[in-house]
Write a protein that binds this ligand. Structure first.
Ligand SMILES: Cc1cc2nc3c(=O)[nH]c(=O)nc-3n(C[C@H](O)[C@H](O)[C@H](O)COP(=O)(O)OP(=O)(O)OC[C@H]3O[C@@H](n4cnc5c(N)ncnc54)[C@H](O)[C@@H]3O)c2cc1C
Length: 628
């Protein structure tokens, strides 16, 4: 596997040193938490029926979250990906747990001992007592930071444990829990010899230096000059588009086709089908915003968003559900955006569906969709086939890690290809930091956007800022990342970032062994979403909610799954791939506020009841998931 994919998507550790900055005492406290979340469990104590002579099961049950490098990797990813105030909270709690008095404050009577010195610090406490403490934190309503610290460490620890791989792309737990990485569908070998679809318009900052960058940009037909007083290059074009996802890709194609010189800025890297490894850890790290661990500050909602060339369209689940008529009505009538009520919108949708190759059904439905279909039919509920932007014969279950067959048509293989053919330039690894707003005298509001200031985020050899001046600037960096960009540019409209609407997805899952259902397969095989149920009320009236099946690898599943004890979690993970998860996508809710600083800081507003009501298993920490 390692030789066949892009080096960034391989297994194994890349950095040789950790840069998390936690002290050895803090790491010891963190290791004690990780060990409590994932303890070494004796097979007899958990389930005497489990075969004792199975080395994979034995290795899995005896492994613990404190084994070498897990706590350091948890600390590393936490400091890199979690929001700043969460890192501060975790750091303070770990510091306190490394002292006896601090442990007493946070763990109350659980750390008392009958012998001198009568108080234990956290790592000296027996695992059972630590488990009680963590359960207590997970239910905290009053000392909310303790709940947040618990949720965050739980998410990161389980995620690391179930996704980390060695150089041979093996994870210690996978064989025992029945997980196999998709190696079946190999990309067409002849692709390797072909030019990459976007090559002609591509400038990858990750391969550039200051001096080579100016040459590469000039070769692509851009006018580039130096601005010595700013250590920057000035680039001139007609249109600059921030983000290469669904919005940015279509805008780039249409505007380049009309003769405009277009520059697309994308902070992620560019990958093609033969680069993808289907390995959950490195794929989420490289292809998703914040390694797919972007959460609201309180850890209640994890938001999944793509961050690579193609944005969400490169990693999404390919369901192409047309905007329902009640939503079009809401937008056109209630919000007075008339376009959505006109035939123009319908024909634009037709054009997009044609371009991305939408087909109406899947030739071979996978395990979880068959379960959903059978269950709904047994209950007399209607099941619809889901249109997808891939061929009807496409049923790879790992498109969420990049489609290895290249059958799924994201913007990276459709609209952006058109854009590049018409002279567009795509700058990857390049993050827009702020918009250039026209200076106005005496503190008047700026009236015009003149372009954007960007910089390389993946390569320290590119030290110059890029000042890209354009007649038109389009911010298409998703509903999650656009507001922070506008706010850090100095725009003051109080509504920016205030009306972020998410569709909270509540999970339910059940155990469906083949001997009971007659349905074969694993949840990670077959088309991801090929059937769905639109929820109706008891009177048959439509409810704005749907039930569909998600794609989750062991890392994300374990991170989102409620934790009630270390042993219970291991037992649940052992059976996880005979489970069938389904996703209840509830009505949109005004859940979030994106805040300033060019950083995603999702501040949840009060969550209305509803999203949580259909949860089959109540979660103490209640982490839901959204796709953007
Ligand atoms: C796992 C997953 C599954 C999904 N499944 C489906 C599905 O089945 N059907 C469906 O209809 N929808 C699905 N979606 C949602 C869909 O993909 C998104 O709604 C869509 O991609 C949003 O388009 P966008 O252009 O707004 O942003 P995106 O497609 O997210 O693109 C934004 C791009 O901007 C880049 N960016 C952000 N900030 C900056 C910056 N400052 N500078 C430079 N670049 C920046 C990001 O890296 C990203 O590549 C899914 C999403 C995910 C994550």
């Amino acid at each position: 596997m390692a030789g066949e994919c892009h080096p960034l998507l391989r297994g194994g550790r890349r950095e040789s040193r950790y840069g998390h900055g936690f002290s050895p005492a803090q790491i010891q406290a963190l290791a004690a938490i990780c060990e409590t979340l994932i303890p070494s469990v004796s097979l007899d104590s958990i389930n005497p029926k489990i075969p004792h002579d199975d080395p994979a099961l034995h290795g899995f049950y005896s492994a613990s979250g404190s084994q070498p490098s897990v706590p350091d990797e948890v600390a590393e990813i936490l400091t890199k990906r979690a929001q700043r105030q969460v890192v501060v909270m975790v750091s303070i709690v770990l510091k306190m747990l490394s002292f006896r008095l601090g442990t007493l404050v946070l763990c109350w009577g659980s750390c008392l001992a009958s012998t001198w010195p009568f108080i234990l610090n956290f790592s000296e406490m027996p695992v059972e007592r630590r488990e009680r403490v963590l359960m207590n934190w997970s239910r905290q309503k009053f000392v909310v930071p303790l709940r947040v610290v618990f949720v965050m460490i739980k998410i990161y620890c389980l995620f690391i444990f179930y996704t980390r791989t060695d150089e041979n792309s093996n994870n210690l737990a996978w064989e025992a829990i029945g997980y196999r990485v998709d190696k079946r569908q190999k990309p067409n070998e002849s692709h390797n010899k072909q030019e990459r679809p976007l090559q002609r318009g591509l400038v990858e900052t990750v391969h550039e230096t200051d001096s080579s960058l100016i040459q590469s940009l000039t070769q692509k037909g851009l006018k580039v000059t130096q601005i010595p007083q700013h250590n920057a290059f000035k680039i001139k074009c007609d249109v600059v588009i921030i983000g290469s996802g669904c919005g940015g890709g279509v805008a780039a194609a249409v505007l380049a086709h009309s003769g405009q010189k277009v520059v697309v800025l994308e902070k992620g890297n560019y990958f093609v089908p033969q680069d993808y490894s289907s390995l959950e850890g490195p794929s989420l790290d490289q292809l998703y915003e914040s390694s797919a661990l972007l959460s609201t500050v309180d850890g209640k909602i994890v938001v999944l968003a793509g961050s690579t060339v193609g944005g969400g369209s490169a990693v999404n689940w390919s369901a192409c559900i047309r905007t329902p008529s009640h939503v079009l009505k809401e937008w056109s009538v209630d919000h007075e955006i008339r376009l959505f009520g006109t035939p123009d919108y319908g024909s634009a949708m037709d054009a997009v569906c044609k371009k991305i190759g939408v087909t109406q059904k899947c030739e071979q439905e996978g395990f979880q969709n068959q379960i959903l279909r059978k269950g709904c039919e047994s209950l007399g509920l209607k099941v619809e086939a889901v249109a997808r932007n891939s061929s009807e014969g496409h049923f790879c279950g790992s498109c969420c890690y990049g489609c290895r067959t290249g059958d799924k048509k994201g913007t990276d293989s459709t609209w952006l290809v058109d854009a590049v053919e018409n002279g567009a330039v795509i700058l990857t690894g390049c993050k827009a930091k702020k918009l250039i707003l026209e200076n106005t005298p005496h503190g008047e509001k700026p009236k015009k956007c003149l372009g954007v200031i960007a910089s390389s985020v993946l390569n320290k050899d590119v030290t110059k800022e890029l000042h890209i001046e354009a007649k038109v600037t389009i911010a298409a960096c998703s509903a999650v990342s656009t507001p922070p960009l506008l706010i850090s540019s100095g725009l003051k409209n109080p509504n920016i970032g205030r009306n972020l609407h998410l569709h909270p997805c509540a999970f339910a899952w059940g155990y469906f062994p083949e001997n009971l259902t007659g349905i074969q397969g694993k949840v990670y095989e077959g088309g991801i979403i090929t059937s769905l149920n639109r929820v109706v009320s008891e009177t048959g009236a439509p409810v704005p909610a749907i039930i569909e099946t998600p794609s989750l690898g062991p890392g994300l599943f374990s991170a989102l799954c409620p934790w009630t004890s270390g042993a219970n979690m291991k037992e649940r993970m052992r059976k996880v791939f005979e489970d069938c998860p389904s996703l209840y996508i509830g009505p949109r809710q005004g859940l979030g506020r994106s805040e300033r600083g060019g950083e995603n800081r999702l501040q949840p507003k009060r969550i209305r009841q509803g999203a949580h009501e259909n949860r089959a298993e109540a979660s103490t920490e209640d982490t839901d998931c959204c796709r953007r």
